[in-house]
Design a protein around this ligand. Structure first.
Ligand code: AMP
Ligand code: ZN
Length: 465
C-alpha cells in the first residue's frame, strides 16, 4: 500500500513499525462550537482510512483528541457566565451526535487535554532539562534554535521562517519562532499547578503528550487538515523528537481544504456551514458520499448543487441494493449457469480493482467508481431468473465495499421497515375490506417511488424512479 507522506513529499510504501498493527493519531476539534463541514471532511477521511486499514486486516489503534481548554473556549465561557468545562462538555456531546450521523465511528480513545495535564508537564520538564525549553515569568517556550531539524515537515528553512515572522515578535522570546509550551494564567482563568506556577498548556504540546501516552514514542500515522502542517505539526515534531530522541510519526497525512463556492468558508462571508446546517436539508450520508467522491488530498469545493447531484448518485446505489435484496427474496436455489460463473469471476476482479485504487494513497474517488461499475454489472446481468447464490455474492460484495467507505449503512433498514410496515397495514386494511385505506397506502407508496406487485409469493415492491 502506498501513502503520500508530507514528511518526504512523496508516495511511499506503507510499513508500520509493528507488522499488522497501525498506531494512528488525528488532531481533533477544539470544542467551543458545533463543528463545520471542513472539519467534517478531515474527521471523515480518517474514519474511512481506519475502516480501510481494518478491511486490509490491520489492527488499528486510533486516537483523536479533544482540545478542551483554549482561548476560544474560555472566552465563550466568560460571555455566557459558565465554566470552560461546561462549554467543552456540551460541544463534546454535540461532536459525538454529528459524528455519528456522518457515520464516523468513535476512536479507540478520545483523550482530553484537561485530563492529561501531568503528562504535558512531564514532557515540558524533559524539554527544559535537555535545553530545548526556557521559562520567562511563568511562561515556558520551546527554543526553536536548539532543535536543528525545525522546518523539516513543512519544508521551510529557519531563516525564511524567521524573516516571515518578524512582525509579531514577543520581546521576551529568544527567537520569534519560539512557541509557547506553558502559559501562566490570568486571574479567573482555569489553571493548573506546575513547576512554573499556575497556568495551562499551549496548544501544540497536547498532541505530543497524548500521542506518546496512548500510542507510544513513535507512531505510524499522524494526520489532520492541511492547515495544521505549519505551525502545529511542525511544532509537534520538534517537541516530541527533541524530548524522546526518536522519530515521532513515520507518515504524515494531510487532508485538502474544503472551500465553499471556491472561497474560504467564513462566518462574515455568509458561506459558513456547520454539519448541523446541512443535516436540516440532507441526510448526512450524502455529505459523506460527496466528500469521499474526491481524493482526500485535493482541495474540495462545496456547494448545495453539488450535494444534490451526490444525492442522486447515492440514491442510485440504494435503489440497486434494494432491487437486489428483493430479487434475492424471490430467487431460486439452483446451480450456477455458465454466464453466472463468469460473473462470479468478475465479482472477484471488482474487489481486486477496488483494493488497487484504495491502496494507491487511498483513492476513494476511484474506489467509488469501481463500486458504480459493479452496480452497473449487477443491474444489467441479474434478474428474476438469476440463481440465488450469485445474487447473494453480488449483494455481499456491494455491502462489503460500501461498508469500507461507511456508505449504504443507515437508511436502508429504516426505509425498508417503513415500506414493509405500510404494506402490512395495507394487507390488514384489505382483509378488513377497508379499500379506501388500502388505496391510500398504495398512493402513498407510489409517491415514495414504490410500486406494489401482487405475485404468487405475496405482495412485493419495487422502485419505480
Ligand atoms: P479545529 O477544530 O479548527 O482545530 O479543526 C479540527 C480539524 O479540522 C483539523 O484537523 C483541521 O485541520 C481540520 N479543518 C479545519 N478547517 C478545515 C477545512 N476547511 N477543510 C478541511 N479540514 C479542515
Ligand atoms: Zn494536534
Amino acid at each position: 500500500m502506498k501513502l503520500y507522506n508530507t514528511l518526504t513529499k512523496q508516495k511511499e510504501d506503507f510499513r508500520p513499525v509493528v507488522s499488522g498493527e497501525i498506531k494512528m493519531y488525528a488532531c481533533g476539534p477544539t470544542v467551543y462550537d458545533l463543528f463545520h463541514i471542513g472539519n467534517a471532511r478531515t474527521f471523515m477521511v480518517f474514519d474511512a482510512m481506519r475502516r480501510y486499514f481494518q478491511y486490509r486486516g490491520y489492527h488499528v489503534h486510533f486516537v483523536q483528541n479533544f482540545t478542551d481548554i483554549d482561548d476560544k473556549i474560555i472566552n465563550k465561557a466568560k460571555d455566557q457566565g459558565v465554566s470552560a468545562e461546561a462549554i467543552s462538555e456540551k460541544f463534546i456531546k454535540e461532536y459525538f451526535l454529528d459524528a455519528e450521523s456522518l457515520g464516523i465511528e468513535r476512536a479507540d480513545v478520545h483523550p482530553k487535554v484537561t485530563e492529561n495535564i501531568s503528562e504535558i508537564i512531564d514532557i515540558i520538564r524533559v524539554l527544559e532539562k535537555k535545553g530545548h525549553a526556557y521559562e520567562m515569568e511563568g511562561d515556558v517556550y520551546f527554543d526553536v534554535d536548539s532543535y536543528e531539524d525545525y522546518g523539516k515537515l513543512s519544508k521551510q528553512n529557519l531563516e525564511d521562517l524567521q524573516l516571515g515572522s518578524r512582525v509579531e515578535v514577543d520581546e521576551r522570546k529568544k527567537s520569534p519562532l519560539d512557541f509557547v509550551l506553558w502559559k501562566s494564567s490570568k486571574p479567573g482563568e482555569p489553571s493548573w499547578d506546575s513547576p512554573w506556577g499556575k497556568g495551562r498548556p499551549g496548544w501544540h504540546i497536547e498532541c505530543s503528550a497524548m500521542a506518546k501516552k496512548y500510542l507510544g514514542e513513535t507512531i505510524d500515522i499522524h494526520g489532520g487538515g492541511g492547515d495544521l502542517v505549519f505551525p502545529h505539526h511542525e511544532n509537534e515534531v520538534a517537541q516530541s523528537e527533541a524530548a524522546t530522541g526518536k522519530p515521532f510519526a513515520n507518515y504524515w497525512l494531510h487532508v485538502g481544504y474544503l472551500n465553499v463556492n471556491n472561497e474560504k468558508m467564513s462566518k462574515s462571508l455568509g458561506n459558513f456551514f456547520t454539519v448541523r446546517d446541512i443535516r436540516k436539508e440532507f441526510d448526512l450520508e450524502v455529505l459523506r458520499f460527496f466528500m469521499l467522491s474526491a481524493h482526500y488530498r485535493n482541495p474540495l469545493n462545496f456547494n448545495k448543487a453539488l450535494l444534490v447531484s451526490s444525492k442522486s448518485g447515492l440514491d442510485r446505489l440504494y435503489h440497486s441494493k434494494e432491487h437486489l435484496d428483493h430479487l434475492l427474496k424471490i430467487a431460486a436455489d439452483k446451480a450456477l449457469t455458465e454466464e453466472e460463473r463468469k460473473m462470479e469471476k468478475r465479482l472477484l476482479a471488482y474487489e481486486e480493482r477496488f483494493v488497487e485504487k484504495m491502496d494507491d494513497d487511498f483513492n476513494t474517488a476511484d474506489g467509488i467508481s469501481v463500486i458504480f461499475d459493479l452496480v452497473k454489472d449487477l443491474n444489467t446481468n441479474i434478474d428474476e431468473s438469476t440463481s440465488k447464490a450469485i445474487i447473494h455474492q453480488g449483494i455481499l460484495l456491494l455491502k462489503k465495499l460500501t461498508n469500507v467507505l461507511g456508505l449504504l449503512e443507515k437508511q436502508e433498514e429504516v426505509l425498508e421497515e417503513e415500506i414493509e410496515a405500510l404494506i402490512e397495514e395495507r394487507q390488514q386494511a384489505r382483509k378488513a375490506k377497508n379499500y379506501k385505506r388500502s388505496d391510500e397506502i398504495r398512493d402513498q407508496l407510489q409517491e415514495m417511488g414504490i410500486e406494489l406487485m401482487d405475485t404468487p409469493q405475496g405482495v412485493q415492491w419495487r422502485r419505480i424512479s
